[in-house]
Design a protein around this ligand. Structure first.
Ligand code: MRU
Length: 350
């Protein structure tokens, strides 16, 4: 069995947050050493640190970083830390993990910087454990939903160890299936416009020695129609109480195509991604990003100067297109919960 990389994606080192700069992977491995909240917010906004669980954990460490910087002989400037925490939580709006983790760590503010760091470090450990539990559960589920032969699975964006503390979510489940000898091939969407699939998922799969092929995002529905896909596995940035799922732009199209071809569509995400205060996905704020991400490809302009752009970073997949959502604690089937299309679900559960 190939050795799995277990290096934590984020660590605390003597007053600084250390991480790999995901913008330069896979061709350059640059370590980022973040010593100010300003640097951290910039790293999150520019996707040097990305993936819902990872930005939540970075945010948690950021609150501790702020507390150490605002702690003097006169004590802790709590107002300054709260202001920094607000800036961190607002760095990206869609993934609920970020604001959740920042709020969670802030509950220890009166106890001082050490307590905040201990809470952030505990969240990192929890994410590793949650990831392990969720990927095992997800792999079990996929085995129960699919034919008994090595599988062709399709994934979108990057949901591997880089996007979490260490284990990954959907990609972690794919690696778990590979360890069980159940993966024939992974079809990896390149994930326009920032190519998280082509740059990061392909790299993680190669590192783990799991066979994969890259495809442009628009090739995925035809691949499903052509019988090249047994299951779709993706992560999530925010899940509403009814099971509507916000994830990387392009996910909704995959869910529609998977439903059309009766292919299981499985979401793997830790409980910290659920936003149970939101009744449904209509309340999810979808981040709109810089037009230059669309008008240029890797820094080279392709569109005519002045082209207007629609660049949502995420979309929302209605829960009734989702076969199952798997967390560290449960398998939730929004389809079944709503009692809709129960016959199709039964067909999935063969
Ligand atoms: O814009 P990104 O790269 O942060 O988007 C990431 C995704 O959409 C992932 O699928 C999601 O955060 C889950 S990561 C385990």
């Amino acid at each position: 069995m190939p050795r799995r990389a277990t290096t934590p994606s984020l660590t605390w080192d003597d007053g600084a947050i250390l991480t790999v700069d995901q913008r330069y992977l896979p061709h350059e491995h640059r370590t980022l050493r973040l010593t100010t909240v300003h640097q951290l917010v910039d790293a999150i906004k520019t996707l040097a640190i990305r993936g819902a669980p990872a930005i939540g954990l970075a945010g948690a460490l950021g609150v501790a970083l702020s507390a150490y910087r605002h702690h003097t002989a006169d004590g802790l400037d709590e107002a300054a830390v709260r202001a920094d925490a607000e800036r961190i939580a607002a760095a990206r709006p869609t993934a609920v993990n970020l604001s959740w983790a920042v709020r969670h760590v802030l509950t220890r503010l009166p106890e001082g910087p050490r307590a905040l760091l201990a809470e952030a470090t505990a969240l990192l450990a929890q994410d590793v454990a949650a990831g392990r539990a969720a990927v095992t559960r997800a792999a079990d589920l996929v085995e129960s939903l699919t034919p008994d032969r090595p599988l062709r699975v399709l994934t979108h964006c990057n949901t591997g160890r880089l996007a979490t503390a260490a284990t990954g979510t959907a990609l972690g489940a794919i690696l778990e299936l590979a360890d069980r000898g159940r993966i024939a091939e992974v079809l990896v969407d390149e994930t326009r416009p920032l190519l998280q699939g082509a740059r990061l998922t392909a790299w993680e799969l190669g590192e783990a020695e799991v066979p994969y092929r890259l495809c442009v995002d628009s090739a995925a529905p035809a691949a499903m129609a052509g019988g090249l896909v047994d299951c779709v596995l993706v992560g999530a940035d925010r899940i509403a109480a009814n099971g509507d799922v916000a994830n990387k732009i392009g996910t909704y199209a995959l869910a529609v195509a998977a439903a059309r071809h009766r292919i299981p569509f499985v979401v793997v995400a830790p409980e910290s991604t659920w936003d149970r205060e939101l009744a449904d996905g209509t309340g999810i704020v979808v981040e709109e990003r810089d037009p230059a991400e669309v008008t240029s490809v890797l820094g080279t302009p392709v569109a005519p100067a002045g082209a207007r752009v629609h660049n949502p970073a995420f979309d929302v997949t209605p829960g009734d297109l989702v076969t199952a959502i798997v967390s560290e604690h449960a398998v939730v089937r929004p389809y079944a919960t709503r009692g809709r299309l129960a016959t199709e679900l039964a067909a999935f559960s063969r």
